[in-house]
Design a protein around this ligand. Structure first.
Ligand code: IVH
Length: 703
């Protein structure tokens, strides 16, 4: 494989390691950066606004490192909206907003000890200090909570805000007032304007009892103490916050009307005097070695601490040096967070169970001998998929190393074969869904095995029905998830075709709680109104993997009827059949989507489901595109980068004008539209004598 080919094959950040970034093409770097930044954005929302992170901190850190590294290697790709310039996330609309008098910064991270001298050297260089100058640092534990800015005016607590996006935070003043360790007043000699910043946290033990209570009351359980603290503080009703045991460590000043010290350590002792808790593990150091010793010392106490910490923070003590060093993007140059590796513990796998997700994915879950890791009792861990079990050689009864880094989902790092006694058993991954008994299959190149039962599988049918009536699908007013769950429980609704039998039950529906004659009639009318419906909506509603509404539209326009699409997909099971070529010739339908279509339509149960559906529903073929345009009926292929339109826009425009856009050049192709950097397709087109148009020629042709 040439290097160029290898470069082009990075379709996802998952395949990429940071040291490969400089060898990416700019297009590839751009697409990966977009992917990574979107993920960071989603995870920021999950973490900061919903207090319910989806990925581990370590994975999140990796995404940020990737984004930063791509922006460093390709500065032209760095945008002002880059998540690496953002601190936290957009404040939620639930709260009033407060603009911080001084931005609330984040910290840059280092992950290993070798980076400590480099941090000091950078500072030395920036301040232009003689080589032997001693720099004093303050080392503090990095508390795993949420940062808060407390503003005191004339000695009285006036506002409290979360960090939000660093510029604007959420007003949580009323909630903060319920925390007993936060003083409402400062001593008389405190500055008139005095902002105190620090971390609100929950002790591990309180987190565990809170979760127990939540479980008993059917409330939301929190993933870790940090989320419990954030979720408890960010309550609309402060009386709920008041019932939650929250604490606060002060570690910095924001805006102040008067300088209260010339050093950070001086500030910390003033903060203690003001009545705040300052972390007792805070120490002074003046060399890389002493920083590392302090790191090791704090790290050694980590599991015994009452609260979660995820690293230590090194801060320059002298404030004048802090000022000179300033900040770069969202983090100060004068401080850095040295993160801990994930906490690990040893335990045993008691059993491996299979969970069936809403999309039919079979996920193996290890049931563990309960063990405390990172302050939290863990009794389950996901094993992801069958390849992972094989790769890590994990057996039932094995001793394993478990890892949690303030993380949401604990991970099994490795099995310990040296500790086997022969009683361990190899897990054989089911090839049938444990919920419905239908075959569970793996598509080409996919690690996940999925149940093919679709609507027949109880674990999936509700979610599939909810999708079936969603906005871009059947969009049936009055039939939402609540009604679907209810009707399903009553045994009225399992398959999509059952929806169209609901009108026979109008009298029974009218008698249901919160229904009545009128709502029942409205629901029946809404169902009747969908008996004639766009084919693309029907295709989308089937919930075939990878088939979003735009691909459904494409399929509807290409095949015009559901039986035709089904027939082609069935024939395409044989990859040598022309039907297979016909499928993958459709622009945007590659082998992977084609396989999902084939798998869905060739499944007998799905065929039955479709024929039942078609007894009640008449799909309408989308109106044909314009027929009198210069490209009507022509087969067109786009290649390279277009400068005036995105590929998707150009394609939609061509289709509106009656052309068929395909993905590969063949003898049937009428025009190849070649944008910048077009490659193989142009060569193939000239070989086959296909007309090649530049972007300008194409635009002229259309006009
Ligand atoms: S100093 C300008 N000190 O870590 C630097 N932050 O990743 C401001 N944090 O937003 C932060 N313990 O939420 C500082 N001892 C400590 C900290 C600490 C925890 C959090 C804080 C900050 C985040 C940055």
């Amino acid at each position: 494989m040439t290097r160029e080919n290898r470069m082009a094959s990075y379709q996802s950040h998952r395949e990429l390691s940071i040291n490969e970034i400089s060898s990416l093409s700019i297009e590839n770097a751009k697409s990966i950066l977009i992917e990574v930044n979107q993920l960071i954005y989603q995870h920021d929302i999950a973490y900061h606004q919903k207090d319910a992170p989806i990925i581990s901190d370590a994975e999140y850190d990796r995404l940020v490192q990737l984004s930063l590294a791509i922006e460093n290697a390709f500065p032209e790709l760095a945008s002002q909206n880059s998540p690496t310039l953002r601190v936290g996330s957009i404040p939620s609309d639930q709260f009033e907003k407060i603009t911080h008098a001084r931005p609330m910064l984040s910290l840059s991270n280092i992950f290993n000890k070798e980076e400590v001298p480099a941090f000091i050297q950078r500072i030395n260089r920036f301040l232009n200090l003689p080589a032997e100058t001693e720099i004093t640092f303050i080392v503090e534990p990095k508390i795993d909570g949420l940062s808060i800015c407390l503003r005191y005016e004339n000695g009285k607590l006036s506002t409290a805000a979360t960090r939000g996006d660093g510029t604007t935070g959420e007003d949580v003043t009323k909630n903060i007032r319920t925390i007993s360790s936060i003083p409402n007043f400062l001593p008389k000699n405190a500055p008139n304007i005095c902002e105190i910043r620090g971390e609100v946290y929950m002790k591990k033990i309180d987190f565990l009892s809170l979760n127990k209570a939540q479980e008993q009351d059917g409330g939301k359980k929190f993933a870790n103490p940090r989320n419990a603290a954030a979720g408890s503080l960010r309550q609309k009703d402060p009386s709920i916050t008041a019932q939650r045991p929250l604490h606060f460590f002060a570690y910095a000043l924001g805006e102040t009307s008067k300088l209260i010290s010339e050093t950070h350590s001086g500030i910390l002792s003033r903060l203690t005097y003001f009545g705040f808790s300052v972390n007792p593990l805070t120490t002074k150091c003046n060399s890389a070695n002493s920083l590392i010793t302090a790191y090791d010392k704090i790290s050694a106490t980590r599991s015994e601490l009452e609260y979660d910490i995820d690293g230590v923070v090194y801060k320059i003590d002298r404030l004048d040096w802090q000022d000179r060093l300033g900040q770069v993007s969202r983090a100060p140059r004068w401080a850095v967070a040295h993160k801990f590796p994930a906490e690990q513990a040893e335990t045993r796998i008691l059993e491996i169970d299979i969970q069936i997700g809403r999309t039919g994915a079979l996920t193996p879950v290890a049931r563990l001998q309960p063990i405390t890791v990172g302050g939290v009792v863990v009794s389950n861990a996901t094993l992801h998929n069958e390849d992972e079990i094989r790769r890590k050689d994990i057996r039932i009864g094995d001793k394993v190393i478990l890892q949690r880094a303030g993380d949401v989902i604990p991970q099994i790092v490795a099995s310990m074969p040296e500790k086997r006694d022969g009683s361990e058993t190899i897990f054989s991954f089911p090839v049938k869904c444990p919920a419905c008994g239908n075959p569970a299959m793996r598509s080409n190149g996919e690690a996940v095995r999925r149940c093919t039962g679709g609507f027949l599988c109880d674990a999936q049918s509700i979610e599939r029905l909810i999708h079936f009536v969603s906005r871009d699908a059947f969009d049936i007013e009055g039939l939402g998830s609540k009604q679907i769950i209810h009707f399903n429980k009553l045994g009225w609704l399992k398959y999509p075709s059952d929806i169209f039998l609901l009108p026979d039950k109008i009298d029974e529906i009218a008698l249901l709680d919160r229904m009545g004659q009128k709502s029942a009639k409205n629901l029946i009318n809404a169902i009747d109104a969908r008996k004639k419906i766009g084919l693309e909506r029907v295709i989308f509603a089937l919930g075939i993997r990878q088939i979003g509404i735009s691909t459904a539209k494409l399929l509807a326009e290409t095949f015009e009827t559901l039986p035709k699409l089904q027939q082609v997909c069935i024939a395409a099971q044989d990859k040598n059949h022309p039907a297979y070529q016909e499928l993958i010739d459709i622009d945007q339908i590659g082998e992977s989507i084609a396989n999902d279509l084939i798998m869905f339509f060739s499944e007998k149960k799905n065929q039955q489901l479709i024929s039942l559906l078609l007894e009640n529903v008449t799909p309408v073929t989308p109106i044909k595109a314009q027929l009198d345009s210069p490209i009507a009926g022509k087969i067109i292929v786009f290649t390279g980068t277009l400068s005036q339109l995105s590929r998707a826009e150009a394609k939609a425009q061509a289709e509106r004008m009656g052309a068929k856009v395909t993905g590969s050049v063949s003898q049937k192709t009428d025009y190849l539209i070649a944008g910048a950097n077009s490659g193989n397709k142009s060569q193939k087109a000239s070989k086959l004598g296909v007309t090649i148009l530049s972007e300008d020629e194409w635009i002229t042709l259309l006009s």
